[in-house]
Design a protein around this ligand. Structure first.
Ligand code: NAP
Length: 459
């Protein structure tokens, strides 16, 4: 047989998950000197992962990444097999038989737990649910959010918390020309929320927002950002942190908070978004439904850059009927793939999947499921390039001499189980229809939010 990675004997790679890291892995393979054919498997009928269903609808610029992914999909060596769940519809073992290598880029699909009493009360939600709901993700389409309360609480001060609080803070007019799902816009239009409290367990010098995302709170049509001036007083360790040149992002965040703390609130605006620091949830209280949250005041302990939040025992209460836990995502295990349960990631060495510190042949990983949920969309490119680099170094080991059938083997398996699979051309039909429906509303698209709806378009 011809050498693996040549036109006569192309390297067959299955990628599990069609989010940014999946597409960047495909791009790296296509651009390499090795001749590779790529099959990306996706659980939903729609590709693009978090760019479609995680990036906030009012951040359309970030969604431009899709244009690049569409270009990658034009390659004759690229193939999408969507509406297929790896681990259920097709096993990892089957993928290893049909392909020389498998790259897992399934992201971080679920949330970390707070681990406090009352966390599962009605009215206490994960950010994932809310983000998925307003972005029309089929898994979260039918979730209900009771916005009839005046006070909403968001736990966490990362960019997802910024997205959730900004969507709650915006008016319908600010959102109606985005690709926010109509069902969510209708509920948000009836929102009675007047106060949004964004709670950080550490101080303003440690908040994880990015400067642009925080700045947007000063530009909202009907919401004032509120920061208490005395919260801006820093301990010496935090001052050391902000004086460090490489920590310029946090310095900008802190300066922005200082600016907010000096603002004279615009009395014509009906909502307030409070940024509160050095407190964490101790207990969520309610009789089946959330009624209030007990917050414990914290102090910082430890040296600069390693400061952690320690409870002081002093508590305050905040009456609220709705709370969002936005404290970071974690990956979910896939049957047949090693998983690090504490970290919510797949154990790996630079993208080579490991089990008990030994490299598992044929299996690779990239993106959030490889390194945890950090960084912006572009961060995943370097991560995928690293993984593909390792895969290509292993080329000799990937050729087991057996004939691999690639996509055809997957199709026969799926067809024998009567599992409907969607190609990139099929997806483009759904895409075109969404854009068409959105147009008269002045929206970039109106997403289909049920899998059956999407499949009926292809029919
Ligand atoms: P994140 O940036 O890691 O922020 C998590 C927040 O939750 C932090 O404030 C963290 O505080 C806090 N937290 C963690 N555990 C907690 C606990 N037990 N109790 C109270 N607070 C706790 O995570 P994320 O917001 O989910 O964002 C994930 C990644 O996606 C980030 O890299 C983010 O920048 C990116 N993202 C980017 C955009 C954008 O570019 N516009 C939008 C959305 C998301 P500590 O700092 O004390 O741990």
């Amino acid at each position: 047989m011809a050498t693996l990675g040549t036109e006569e004997n192309p390297l067959l790679v299955a990628i599990v998950g069609s989010g940014p890291s999946g597409f960047y892995a495909a791009e790296a393979l296509i651009k390499s000197d090795t001749h590779a054919r790529i099959d990306i498997l996706e659980r939903l009928p729609s590709p693009f992962g978090l760019v479609r269903s995680g990036v906030a609808p009012d951040h359309q610029k970030l969604k431009q990444a899709i244009k690049l992914y569409e270009k990658i999909a034009e390659s004759p060596d690229f193939n999408l097999i969507a509406n297929v769940t790896v681990g259920t519809d097709i096993s990892v073992e089957e993928l290893c038989q049909s392909h020389h290598a498998v790259i897992f880029t399934s992201g971080a699909e679920t949330d970390r737990k707070l681990g406090v009493p009352g966390e599962d009360l009605t009215g206490s939600h994960t950010a994932t649910e809310f983000v998925g709901w307003y972005n029309g993700h089929p898994d979260y389409r039918d979730r209900e959010f009771d916005l009839s309360h005046e006070v909403a609480v968001i736990i966490g001060q990362g960019n997802v918390a910024a997205d959730v609080s900004r969507i709650l803070s915006k008016t319908v007019d600010e959102l109606k020309h985005t690709d926010i799902s109509q069902h969510a816009l209708d509920v948000l239009a009836e929102s009675k929320i007047k106060e949004i409290h964004v709670i950080g367990r550490r101080g303003p010098a440690q908040a994880k927002f990015t400067p642009k995302e925080l700045r947007e709170f000063g530009e909202l049509a009907d919401c004032n950002p509120v920061v208490a001036a005395n919260d801006m007083v820093l301990n010496p360790e935090s001052e050391t942190e902000l004086a460090e040149k490489s920590n310029i992002g946090n310095k900008k965040i802190y300066d922005q908070f200082c600016e907010f703390s000096k603002l004279e609130p615009d009395s014509s605006k009906s909502r307030k978004c409070f940024f509160r620091f050095l407190m964490g949830p101790k207990e969520l209280i309610g009789d089946n439904k959330l009624e209030k949250v007990i917050l414990e005041k914290n102090k910082l302990a430890g040296e600069a850059f390693k400061q952690s939040a320690r409870g002081t025992g002093e508590t305050i209460e905040l009456e609220t009927g709705i709370l969002f836990r936005s404290i970071g995502y974690r990956g979910v295990p896939i049957a047949g793939v090693p998983f690090h349960d504490n970290w919510g990631t797949i154990p790996n060495e630079k993208g080579r999947i490991t089990e008990d510190d030994n490299v598992v042949p044929q299996l690779y990983t990239a993106g959030w499921i490889k390194r945890g949920p950090s960084g912006i969309i572009g961060t995943n490119r370097a991560c995928s390039v690293e993984t593909v680099g390792c895969l290509l170094q292993d080329l000799d080991k990937l050729d087991d001499g057996n004939n691999k059938e690639g996509a055809n083997a997957i199709y026969s398996k799926l067809d024998s189980k009567n599992i409907r699979h969607i190609s990139f051309d099929d997806w483009k039909k759904i895409d075109t229809k969404e854009i068409e429906i959105g147009e008269p509303k002045g929206k970039p698209r109106e997403k289909f939010t049920y899998v059956d709806e999407m499949l009926s378009i292809i029919n």
